[in-house]
Design a protein around this ligand. Structure first.
Ligand code: TXA
Ligand code: MG
Length: 302
């Protein structure tokens, strides 16, 4: 059911229902973070592995320290990006938060005005993963949300298509040294200006991943995803489509920013048409290169 009223959406969350809502990165599927039953409903609807924790969404920077432990220096540093597409992992402060048994909590404050309205109206913490079926591409357009979820959730809060198109960057501030875990709309270079000691996660195969979600397949359409440096002279399957910077692309993009905005909706449209193979041109060096390559490699099951 599509609803317009944020008051109604917040009321449904208070009743233990789940509500899909827009954010500037991708759409989210939310529940009251202190209601375990409601949070577990999200796992059923998304078919999400039960050990993959949820990000807690809040309305205001001032609320962060109610839910997690953060030093003044770290708070000052991340305030350059928050509200916005950055998620921080902190030691958990509120034992009532649903957290898959972890001692940490991931916190994000979206900047999208519609998400802000909704979170302010609710007034508490909203646990929300990306609104997609697990392992499939995240969703950035209301029309795709309605097609996938209309009959599966209690309510969908109306809103605009996501402005950015890829998920938030995730960093871990719960250890001695900040770690850059999931590349996203905020780059490592941008973060280093404010958190000079932050380093890229360098995991070994024997070690548990710092983020449970890292071990699962993600962002993949049913079509086979192929990466290429150029869209010319490809040896393609009969049914294929191309996204990239060259004029023969079916989905033409002119920057990494527009690539990020179009990627998931293009994957979803190709699946709807029954396309067998999607050729993706490598992104341009510079901002969002890391984030786009991370999604493209995972989608191609690299
Ligand atoms: O842009 C976004 O971040 C979107 C919008 C809706 O906010 N959300 C999103 O959520 O992408 P999700 O669940 O698809 O990805 C969250 C990632 C997962 O890989 C999960 O494992 C990790 O964050 N995560 C959540 N809580 C964690 C924790 N306490 N420790 C380590 N990783 C955590
Ligand atoms: Mg996700």
């Amino acid at each position: 059911m599509l609803i317009q009223d944020v008051k109604k959406a917040a009321e449904l969350l208070r009743e233990g229902k789940i509500v899909i809502f827009p954010t500037e990165t991708v759409w989210g599927i939310g529940a009251d973070a202190k209601n375990t039953d409601a949070c577990q409903k999200i796992y059923r609807v998304k078919e999400r592995p039960s050990d993959n924790p949820l990000i807690i969404h809040l309305a205001k920077v001032e609320e962060i320290s109610k839910y997690g432990e953060i030093s003044d220096d770290h708070l000052k540093a991340v305030s350059a990006f928050i509200p916005g597409p950055l998620t921080i992992i902190l030691k958990k402060r509120d034992p009532q938060l649903f957290s898959c048994g972890l001692e940490t909590v991931a916190i994000r404050i979206p900047s999208c005005p519609r998400a802000q309205e909704f979170l302010q109206e609710f007034g508490g913490a909203v646990a929300a993963p990306s609104a997609n079926i697990s392992s499939q591409p995240s969703i950035t357009r209301l029309s795709d949300i309605l097609e996938t979820f209309d009959s599966r959730v209690d309510a969908i809060l109306s809103g605009d298509d996501s402005q950015l198109g890829l998920e938030s960057t995730v960093i871990d501030l719960s250890k001695d040294q900040p770690i850059y875990i999931r590349p996203g709309m905020v780059s490592l270079e941008q973060l280093q200006k404010h958190l000079p000691t932050i380093s890229r996660y360098q995991g070994s195969q024997n070690e548990a991943p710092p983020s449970p979600g890292m071990k699962y397949r993600h962002y993949a359409p049913s079509a086979r995803v192929r990466l290429t440096s150029s869209l010319c002279n490809l040896e393609t399957a009969t049914s294929h489509k191309k996204i990239g910077f060259e004029p023969n692309a079916d989905q033409l993009v002119d920057s990494n920013e527009s690539y990020a905005q179009e990627l998931y909706s293009f994957f979803i449209a190709c699946d709807r048409e029954g396309i067998e193979e999607i050729w993706c041109q490598a992104p341009q060096p510079g901002h969002l290169y890391d984030a786009l390559m991370n999604r493209l490699l995972k989608a191609s099951n690299h």
